[in-house]
Design a protein around this ligand. Structure first.
Ligand code: GCO
Ligand code: MN
Ligand code: MN
Length: 409
């Protein structure tokens, strides 16, 4: 059955091969689902209205494949992409699965491991070009420690930077045109990972040789593991012009990376995430980095995938409702009327007995630093008691939001 929430290519929803391909193995129990062929995943996702499929090098090509085997696999995969009108927007290198990466890739203490990691990335970039990907993600799953005595964390950052600089130069030299995104996570699988949050990544990017080539790929679950408000995280990245990709899922705060179906936990948080993305015109891919519950068979996997996308679209419709709601508009509009400041630069009182008018007049003063504005600002008298006594109606605002979300408004 099709309805207004049925996904279409225009929604730019993407899934990694490793997400719908997740077979339900966890540290305590074995696989519960048989493997799915990548070409079959392409077909199934296409049928669901998905825009693109993302992958790590080894989700498609086994790490020990010969060149001939690799080329054959890539050819078949490209054919499936063409047959089912799908693209590969993003590629990533698996720098965490193979035992060689047990103590890190770019930040390993062993120079041979570091060199191997960079070589693996260069080869993965070539694969990305063949598949037509434009975004390349680095998730440093093994870049961290359990034993702090083992690594100087300052030295580790220098190694991380050196590797990224080398890779960026290579991409420039080859004219690949990739944009790179760094994906932070506070821990898991390592006890502690370096550069644990999106904020850390944004600061680190500015220290690279080519900051303009690097953005971030924040993941909801990862920031919730750190106890953070994901909509705020995304807002900072957006505002910095660095949100080029996003990993959507659901998570109970502070637990291990649960990778739950989008919106299945913390619906209000998911709503404000969709709101910040949609209100600010985010136009990159919306990747669901999540997987079906371990209880599911293959049909459950497609139910999971469709559920992620429908929930996003339903929340998008709710955002529109929220933005158009007259009562909500009225509450939010209370601060935004225009008007002059209360005193002129000499301190003479301009009688404006209207808090909202006065507020925005003052707003203009503090927007630009100059002598006149400083004089105006210093001449103002603030009635702290009066200002503080104003109720802000946030109880009503939040209840109205909840009523929209609960479907009665
Ligand atoms: C995780 C990460 C990964 C990355 C992926 C992309 O916790 O396992 O979220 O799924 O997103 O490796 O590079
Ligand atoms: Mn994750
Ligand atoms: Mn992720």
């Amino acid at each position: 059955m099709k309805d207004e929430f049925t996904p279409t290519r225009a929604d730019k929803f993407t899934f990694g091969l490793w997400t719908v391909g997740n077979r339900g193995r966890d540290p305590f129990g074995d696989f519960v689902r048989p493997p799915l062929k990548p070409t079959y995943v392409v077909q199934k996702l296409s049928d669901l209205g998905v825009y693109g499929v993302n992958l790590h090098d080894n989700d498609l090509v086994p790490i020990d494949a010969t060149r001939r085997q690799r080329d054959k696999i890539v050819k078949e995969f490209l054919k499936a992409l063409g047959d089912y009108d799908m693209c590969v927007p993003m590629l990533s290198t698996n720098l965490f699965f193979d035992p060689i990466f047990k103590d890190g890739a770019f930040t390993s203490n062993d120079p041979e491991v570091r060199a191997f990691a960079i070589q693996k990335v260069l080869r993965c970039l070539e694969l990305g070009v063949e598949l037509g990907a434009h975004i390349f993600i680095f998730w440093g799953g093994r870049e961290g420690t359990e034993v702090d005595a083992s690594k100087d964390p300052v030295e580790a950052l220098k190694r991380y930077r050196e590797a990224l600089n080398f890779i960026a130069e290579y991409s420039l030299d080859k004219k690949y045109g990739f944009r790179f995104c760094l994906e932070p996570k506070p821990n898991e699988p390592r006890g502690d990972l370096f550069l644990p949050t999106t904020g850390s990544m944004l600061a680190f990017i500015e220290t690279l040789d080519h900051p303009e080539l690097f953005g971030v790929n924040p993941e909801l679950a990862h920031e919730h593991m750190a106890g953070l408000n994901f909509a705020h995280v995304v807002a900072q990245a957006l505002e910095a012009g660095k949100l080029w990709h996003v990993d959507l899922n659901a998570q109970k705060l502070t637990r291990f990376d649960q990778d739950l179906r989008f919106g299945s936990e913390d619906l209000k948080g998911a709503f404000f995430l969709v709101k910040v993305l949609e209100d600010n015109g985010y136009d990159g891919p919306r990747q669901f980095d999540a997987h079906a519950y371990r209880t599911e068979d293959e049909q459950g996997v497609w139910d999971f995938a469709l559920g992620c996308m429908r929930t996003y679209k339903i929340l998008k419709a709710k955002v529109k409702k929220f933005n158009q709601d007259p009562e909500i508009k009225e509450i939010l509009g209370g601060f935004s009327a225009t008007g002059p400041p209360e005193a002129d630069a000499s301190g003479a009182k301009i009688q404006v007995d209207d808090l909202t008018r006065r507020d925005s007049g003052l707003e203009k003063i503090t927007k630009k630093f100059n002598k006149k504005n400083v004089a105006l600002l210093l001449a103002q008298k603030f009635d702290r008691t009066k200002i503080a006594s104003k109720g802000l109606q946030y109880e009503r605002l939040d209840q109205l939001t909840m009523e929209i979300l609960m479907g009665v408004r």
